[in-house]
Every structure is written in C-alpha cells, then in structure tokens.
Design a protein around this ligand. Structure first.
Ligand code: SF4
Length: 186
C-alpha cells in the first residue's frame, strides 16, 4: 500500500469513506493535543473491530506509521477449551514476590466461561483484546477447571465468579451473518 501524506489523504478528509482498504486515524501527536480529536480517534478505531468488515488502521507517530491489521475471526469452542487446558499456575508473576495484589485476590478462584463481548462500552477494552463475537467454553472444560481448583493453596471450596464479558450471553448463537459496524451497549 502506498502511503500519501497530503490533505486529500488526511483522516479528516477521508472520515466516513467506506470504499477504501484502510482507515487513516488522527496522529498520535494530534490526539494527545486535543480531547475532541482523541474522541474522534476512538470512534474511528471502534468501528473497525468486526472481523467481517474491519479495515487496516494507519496512524502516524512522528515520522513513523503504525499499521494495525483487521482482527482475526473468533476462535471455535474447541480452541478456547484447549487453551484453558494449558498448565497455567494461576499465580501472579514471580516478579511480584510476596506483595499483596488485591486484583489477584479477587479473581484467584474465578472461572472464565466465555470470551468476547458484543457491546462496546467506551471505557472497556474487552472488545479490543477478545473481539466482538462471544465464544463459550464447553461445559466439560469448565467443570474440569473447577475440579482442579481444589489443588490450589488457599482453596475454600467457593468459586468466587463464573463468567466473562456479557455473562447473560452464555452459549450465544454463532456469529452474526450480517456484517455490522459500531455495535454498542451505549
Ligand atoms: S458489556 Fe461489559 S465487557 Fe462488554 S464492553 Fe461493556 S463493560 Fe466491556
């Protein structure tokens, strides 16, 4: 892709265009200098999180360009089951030593049953790192994880949380067949 840096290729000029393969975002310097430009950056960025129709994002950082490729399709249940079977220690990174970590205390005996969220709350990053399609683990995989908790130090027999993003959507239907943009709960 050839990158042109002139007024007809600027993000302001191109905002809203859908017949291009890429989206120009306001530069890093522009969004750190102006809150309204940051808000517009966020809007443009969030419109490109559907793997069915997302485009390449391009942002200038000084003399450099950052390219963000469209997100991958969501994983199947079998794949996330396999990921949760990996031998995680469920412990904080050793670099923290004996430090008390309140966030870990809260989640140490919680069990994730799904990934992704179909909403898009502006304060939340779930859709950025897990995608907009909700994928559930299998019941057998969840039960295996719960049974394994009894081997952990400090286990009291209570699972503090069973969930994930958008917990009301356990085992949702497959992906939407109609590509959309801008799904949001707000
Ligand atoms: S519904 Fe929850 S998980 Fe989904 S985007 Fe909003 S805050 Fe994040």
């Amino acid at each position: 892709m050839r990158y042109r840096d002139d007024s007809e290729e600027s993000w302001r000029y191109l905002a809203g265009e859908r017949d291009r393969d890429e989206v120009r975002l306001p530069s890093y310097e522009e969004i750190t200098a102006d809150k309204k430009t940051y808000a517009e950056f966020s809007r443009l960025y969030h419109l490109e999180h559907n793997p069915d129709n997302a485009r390449i994002l391009i942002q200038k950082h000084g003399r450099d360009l950052v390219y963000v490729n469209p997100p991958a399709p969501p994983p199947e249940t079998e794949l996330i089951d396999a990921e949760y079977e990996l031998p995680f220690t469920r412990l904080p990174h050793p670099m923290y030593g004996e430090a008390k970590i309140p966030a870990w205390e809260q989640i140490r005996f919680s069990v994730t049953i799904m990934r992704g969220c179909a909403a898009g709350c502006s304060f939340c990053c779930i859709t950025e790192h897990q995608g907009r399609d909700v994928v559930s683990r299998s019941e057998a995989s969840v039960l295996r994880e719960i049974e394994g908790l009894e081997n952990l130090p400090g286990w009291t027999g209570v699972v503090s949380d069973i969930g994930g993003a958008l917990p009301a959507s356990i085992r949702p239907s497959a992906r939407s067949s109609a590509p959309t943009t801008g799904r949001s709960c707000s």
